[in-house]
Design a protein around this ligand. Structure first.
Ligand code: TXA
Ligand code: MG
Length: 348
């Protein structure tokens, strides 16, 4: 299939491009589009055979349900059987925005979307292109992140192009995504609200509105409640070592690891904060990617996936990643880095 990649204005999306996207979606095809978090790979959420194409294009396991994107509350009401008080509060405070709510589904939602679960994941994105596109189709859009399964989520049109060219008819490219990490997935179907995946809205922000909020902590016996969280996700081709703790020690340790790597003829990449970069630059890694300031987790979040993708592109055998404070958006950053590192995390 030939893939067209069209540049679209983020703030004032061109009507003819939105229309073109809507036509493909109405015809049961897939369209990649930007959201404020990451790019989505969209299909008509009410059409089971259109949604099946998503799993095929991504190589996604069938047991991993999709998030349904809506542009207004009326559309959301068609999909949700009953709204809890917590859900109502979330809608008031965080929609449109990077928060996905887990709620009981109506019969309108095909089983393939929820992978047979009784609950649906639903979100109103704030990106103007996403909202206009949903409006123009008139139906909700099911969309996972527009990467191949096992790769980092795409935060730019180029990332989507790299993973989806030849597989879908259209990519709406509005440049870089502002948040750069996926939405927070919050179960508000009953009981104490529980974070199933940390993301664009922090636990602290949720607690300020909802009071107590739990975090789903899967154990060896109990699978995570968001099926997608059981996959290792992004495993870079190279080995990734996550290092956090006292910054001076992390820098020193990274310097040693660069030397050791080079002694073994490895190409060593470093992902670090702007504060540590000048010191690590001196240690001559093969790639130095600055994630952003340690005091601005938002900046680090928005650059993280670009940095991880770059390390693979440039063939790094060893990737040394500097951890940041697990606070606010920093928790979501660390969650993604820990997943990429597998068990290779060091606190020093
Ligand atoms: O920011 C985002 O959330 C992006 C943009 C495109 O909206 N989407 C995204 O989708 O990250 P995806 O498919 O890559 O991740 C969705 C996560 C998975 O971990 C999935 O298992 C979980 O949400 N999920 C979806 N439906 C669920 C459900 N009914 N119950 C529990 N978890 C669900
Ligand atoms: Mg994903």
């Amino acid at each position: 299939m030939q893939t067209k990649r069209s540049s679209i204005d983020r703030v004032h999306p061109q009507a003819e491009l939105i229309q073109e996207g809507a036509e493909w979606l109405k015809a049961g095809e897939l369209v990649a589009f930007p959201t404020e978090t990451v790019y989505g790979l969209g299909a008509n959420a009410l059409d089971a055979s259109a949604c099946a194409k998503i799993f095929k294009a991504k190589g996604r396991p069938q047991d991993n349900p999709l998030i349904v994107h809506v542009c207004n509350r009326t559309m959301a009401n068609l999909l949700v059987l009953n709204w809890t008080t917590a859900a109502e509060l979330c809608v008031q405070h965080f929609w449109p925005g990077p928060l996905t709510l887990i709620l009981p589904k109506t019969v309108l939602v095909p089983d393939i979307v929820t992978a047979g679960l009784v609950n649906v994941a639903i979100r109103m994105p704030s990106h103007p292109v996403a909202l206009r596109l949903i409006e123009a189709t008139g139906f909700p859009i099911a969309a996972p992140s527009a990467n191949l399964s096992g790769k980092p989520s795409p935060t730019s049109g180029s990332h989507v192009w790299c993973d989806m060219k030849g597989k879908i008819p259209l990519i709406l490219d509005a440049g870089a995504c502002l948040v750069g990490l996926e939405s927070t997935v919050l179960d508000v179907s009953g009981g104490i609200p529980t974070i199933l995946r940390p993301g664009g809205i922090s636990k602290e922000q949720l607690e300020a509105v909802l009071g107590e909020v739990l975090v789903d902590a899967p154990t060896e016996k109990q699978a995570p409640k968001a099926p997608g969280m059981k996959y290792r996700h992004y495993a870079p081709q190279g080995e990734l070592l996550l290092m956090s703790g006292i910054r001076e020690r992390v820098i020193q340790r990274m310097g040693q690891e660069i030397q050791r790597g080079h002694a073994r003829f490895k190409r060593v990449g470093v992902l670090c904060t702007s504060e540590s970069a000048p010191f690590l630059h001196n240690r001559l890694p093969d790639l130095l990617f600055v994630l952003g300031s340690k005091d601005r987790p938002q900046e680090v979040a928005s650059n993280l996936f670009e940095g991880l993708r770059l390390c693979d592109e440039r063939g790094m055998d060893l990737i040394l990643a500097e951890g940041i404070e697990e606070e606010g958006l920093g928790s979501a950053v660390m969650n993604r880095l820990e997943k990429a590192a597998g068990k290779q995390s060091k606190h020093i």
